[in-house]
Write a protein that binds this ligand. Structure first.
Ligand SMILES: [Zn+2]
Length: 263
């Protein structure tokens, strides 16, 4: 299994948190969309975005929220062409891979050839995908778009490669909420990075020990940003459903739709 070591390390940390806090803070039974079964959801700490885990697949709330939305808004996903950029090593990504007939997992390796398999993944740059126009039914991304340097171009590529009637179902933390989107880092013309917040912010990255630089703090105005970038409308779905283990901060799911063929 890809990144098994990373998953083991995460579970060790979860166990450590449980022990450090003297036991789970909260447990409830429910249905986990990420692993498609009845499970216990266990809050191992106070920050439920990272600490409210499925005891079977170890998913976190945003992963379950993405799978909920795929099932609800794109129920024919198993028969369709799915592209997931920077997939996770558990939960929703594994379910999509296991159950769909045409699931393409990609990662970004800037020094390798794009469109070819590298380290078990197809190598793709979101700013310049090698997929044909109108070739993908469903793009999936989980907490990727806060790390992209040119998200407008990436959204244009998503729109270009979607088939009519297709969707991009994704999460990216809308940490600025009603405040305008704020840029945190950008590329200078010479390719060097200009940091716009101090200190720079990094998130964990399964294929890089350096972590992923946060380039943008999105607000709810991301929907207008996407419309301006590529002409497609986006819905923001907020789910609070303990019975599905979906409760936490910053777990909105965004759904960008390419209109179906007319007539
Ligand atoms: Zn699960």
């Amino acid at each position: 299994m890809r990144n098994a070591g990373l998953l083991a390390a995460k579970m060790r940390r979860a166990k450590w948190r449980l022990q450090a806090h003297g036991g789970p803070q909260f447990i409830n039974q429910g249905y986990c969309y990420s692993c498609n079964r009845l499970v216990n959801f266990v809050a191992t700490g106070a920050w439920w975005r990272d600490d409210y885990l499925c005891d079977h697949c170890h998913s976190i709330p945003r992963e379950r929220a993405v799978m909920y939305c795929i099932e609800k808004f794109f129920p024919e996903w198993r028969e369709k062409v799915i592209h997931e950029t920077s997939p996770g090593s558990r939960a929703t990504s594994l379910r999509l891979e296991a159950e769909s007939q045409n699931y393409i997992a990609t990662q970004y390796f800037p020094d390798a050839v794009f469109g070819e398999i590298h380290q078990g993944y197809r190598n793709e740059d979101l700013k310049s995908l090698t997929f044909d126009d109108a070739s993908i039914d469903l793009h999936v991304s989980q907490d990727v778009f806060e790390h992209v340097f040119d998200p407008a171009q990436a959204f244009r590529e998503i729109a270009r490669t979607l088939k009519p009637g297709g969707m991009h179902i994704f999460t990216t933390p809308l940490v600025n909420k009603n405040k305008p989107t704020q840029w945190c880092a950008q590329l200078r013309p010479d390719g060097s990075i200009e940091h716009l917040i101090d200190p720079p912010e990094y998130h964990g990255n399964p294929v890089s020990s350096e972590g992923s630089l946060v380039t943008v703090h999105w607000g709810y105005d991301i929907t207008k940003f996407i419309l301006d970038a590529c002409g497609l409308f986006t819905d923001v779905i907020y789910i609070d459903a303990l019975e599905y283990g979906i409760r936490a901060e910053y777990i909105e799911v965004l759904i960008t739709r390419k209109p179906p063929p007319s007539g």
